[in-house]
Design a protein. Structure first.
Length: 398
């Protein structure tokens, strides 16, 4: 038996002994699990699963042991993921702490920042939000106007962020602030970490047309933040911000890939119900072809994601090509829900009431929600510009 095979057997034994049986089969995507944080109140089995996994460093399997990670190689971490997927077990912990700010701190943070912030992420004690976009600086992120003025060992921050996902449930927010208004806009930006309990920080929810929203506005009024919370150099946050965006876009692509895979068989089931065809080929040939094409595209995308995950587990960091993942994933998800609404027919236009199947009611809301997929995380137009310039080298001097 090889060392990797032995490790797989040890992971299977660990799961069999420690994973609560109530969680078997409850996985609903790579990032639909416990997010942690001071405000969270997990169910007993969820908390037990988190506690036992973090003792082995399995909430962040590839992070260094000194910060509470597992210190595993990418190959070993992939085996852990595969064993969870095999049993449809949710990961013990998810969140932007693990997928975005944590990796960024490992790349750009000081040793002191790493020691302060990484272990609480691993333990699920601190939940993070992202403070990038502003009402006047969405696609043109570098035009942000939230100001941070130095006052001794602190920065005093005033301004507003928008689309701050789950900021009302988060404990810390990583934000971009303008520290120098007298230079080229990208050169006067600083990346800073802010405790949400600091006086002057407040949030307000944003409603979406789908009837459900994780988004908030976050306001900063004379918020005093220690200067030691700056990641990277003062006025040099744009480089850090772009690196984090690569992690974000890869994460979005992976998350949507899981959602798409989960929905492939549901499309066929919906079509059978709508057409009254419990078995055999669907009678509508065009619909049959469209479902098949969508399923093939989803499968191809899943294979690309799998390849990139393997590259990441070997230490390759995401680059500007992550914009391609974001575009393809968001457009595929919109196609899937457009098709689901068409398949559902009149029932796909319902909102609530006893005469509609719950799955068809959810279709309406998911279709409406999917309209934002090509906007959030950077619009498709912005992603295309990144691909053209940074991947294909178009518009640059020879």
């Amino acid at each position: 038996m090889s060392e990797l095979e032995a490790f797989r057997e040890s992971m299977r034994a660990f799961i069999a002994e420690h994973a609560p049986k109530s969680l078997y089969g409850t996985r609903r995507g790579r990032f639909e699990a416990y997010w942690g944080g001071r405000k969270a109140k997990p169910e007993a089995d969820v908390k037990r699963w988190l506690d036992v996994a973090r003792e082995r460093g399995l909430t962040a399997p590839t992070w260094p042991r000194e910060f509470g990670g597992g210190g595993l190689s990418g190959e070993h971490a992939r085996i852990w993921d595969e064993e969870l997927e095999r049993l449809a077990l949710p990961p013990p912990l998810v969140g932007v702490g693990l997928t975005m700010i944590g990796p960024t701190l490992l790349d750009y943070g000081t040793v002191e920042q790493q020691r302060e912030h990484l272990p609480p992420i691993v333990r699920g004690e601190i939940r993070w939000a992202q403070g990038y976009s502003e009402p006047g600086a969405g696609s043109d992120l570098a035009s942000l106007s939230t100001r941070a003025v130095r006052d001794g060992d602190f920065f005093v921050i005033n301004g507003q962020k928008i689309w701050t996902t789950h900021a009302d449930k988060s404990d810390f927010i990583f934000a971009l602030v303008r520290t120098n208004p007298n230079v080229k806009k990208q050169l006067g930006i600083t990346f800073i970490l802010i405790d949400m309990e600091t006086p002057g920080v407040s949030t307000r929810p944003i409603d979406l047309i789908s009837g459900w929203s994780p988004f908030c506005q976050t306001f900063f009024e004379e918020v005093r933040v220690p200067a030691k919370n700056v990641v990277g150099p003062v006025d040099g946050g744009w480089t850090v911000a772009k690196a984090l965006l690569n992690y974000e876009r890869s994460m979005i692509g992976e998350a949507m890939s899981g959602d798409l895979a989960d929905g492939e068989s549901e499309l066929v089931a919906r079509a059978r119900r709508a057409l009254g065809t419990p078995r055999g080929p669907l009678p509508d040939e065009m619909l049959r072809q469209e479902i098949a094409q969508t399923a093939m595209d989803i499968e191809c995308f899943a294979l690309v994601i799998a390849g990139l995950q393997q590259a990441a587990q070997k230490g390759q960091k995401p680059g500007p090509e992550s914009s391609t993942l974001k575009i393809v994933a968001s457009e595929l998800k919109q196609r899937r829900w457009e098709l689901a609404v068409r398949v559902a027919g009149p029932e796909g236009l319902g909102w609530e009431g006893p005469n509609f199947d719950d799955r068809d009611l959810a279709t309406t809301r998911e279709w409406l929600r999917s309209r934002a997929n090509t906007i959030e995380g950077g619009t498709s137009e912005i992603q295309l510009n990144i691909i053209a310039k940074q991947v294909l080298g178009l518009g640059t001097k020879a």
